[in-house]
Design a protein around this ligand. Structure first.
Ligand code: ADP
Ligand code: MG
Length: 227
């Protein structure tokens, strides 16, 4: 039997993301307190808790991947007033479109979900890479994913590179001046601090890619930063 990402797996992954964000809640609020308004941890933890709950209410036997992504997007949008709400809702809806009305996709297709989510964030937020936003993590991870797909690189290698790109993309925001969002008002004073949205993005990217790697059953190509 070929290895797949099923709707049931994805429902569990929404819970995994919610758990990771709940653990990081205080740290993300602290980061947002420095260059924003201090609510990012609450927005992300509450938003993905609502998304995971909505996903868990679906019938895992009959739901499609699009159902899981779309119901998560809707719940997240309703739960979050901060700008990360519509950005992630759009990301999840793009992933829904990419996965489509299928109960499962081949595991080798999972990098396309990273590309779709990054495209959604870019379309919604109109940020560029280098603007010190969540797109610095998502965009770098998506670029690696797209290149690996084009080259037909081994999945385990691709997923490890996606994890690394997400972490490095978030880390790189430290030396940037914000060009979008609340932090842009600080101008030069935004420099020297990691962007909270990029930090949470790297957590989500890491959780997803690590779980796809686990599902693929392939041996890790290199160890990720969080191993
Ligand atoms: P708010 O700024 O409304 O309080 P959050 O605190 O939840 O929202 O999220 C802040 C994060 O949102 C920022 O750290 C940044 O990564 C991201 N962000 C803000 N504006 C944009 C944008 N236009 N495009 C992409 N990401 C953005
Ligand atoms: Mg905020």
């Amino acid at each position: 039997m070929s290895v797949e990402l099923t709707a049931r797996d994805l429902i569990e992954e929404m819970k995994l993301i919610a758990d990771r964000l709940a653990e990081a809640r205080d740290e993300l609020c602290r980061l947002d307190g420095v260059i924003g308004d201090g609510d990012h941890g609450v927005a992300m933890a509450d938003g993905f808790a609502a998304a995971a709950k909505a996903a868990s209410l679906l019938d895992a036997n009959s739901a499609t991947l699009a159902d899981v992504f779309n119901s998560s997007a809707k719940a997240l949008l309703n739960a979050v007033g901060a700008s990360s709400g519509p950005l992630y809702a759009t990301a999840l809806m793009r992933a829904a479109k990419s996965a489509g009305a299928r109960g499962a996709i081949p595991i080798g297709e999972t990098p396309t979900l990273v590309v779709a989510m990054a495209d959604g964030i870019k379309a919604r937020g109109q940020a560029a890479i280098g603007d010190k936003t969540m797109l610095d993590a998502w965009g770098k991870a998506a670029a690696v994913a797209q290149q690996s797909l084009n080259e037909g690189a081994p999945l385990a290698q691709t997923l490890e590179q996606i994890r690394t790109a997400g972490h490095e993309g978030a880390e790189a925001t430290k030396t940037m001046i914000a060009g979008k969002g609340r932090a842009a008002r600080l101008g030069e004073r935004s420099r020297g601090h990691i962007d909270p949205g990029a930090a949470s993005a790297s957590l989500i990217i890491d959780a997803l890619a690590a779980d796809w790697l686990r599902l693929s059953g392939e041996k890790a190509y290199t160890k990720g930063p969080s191993d």
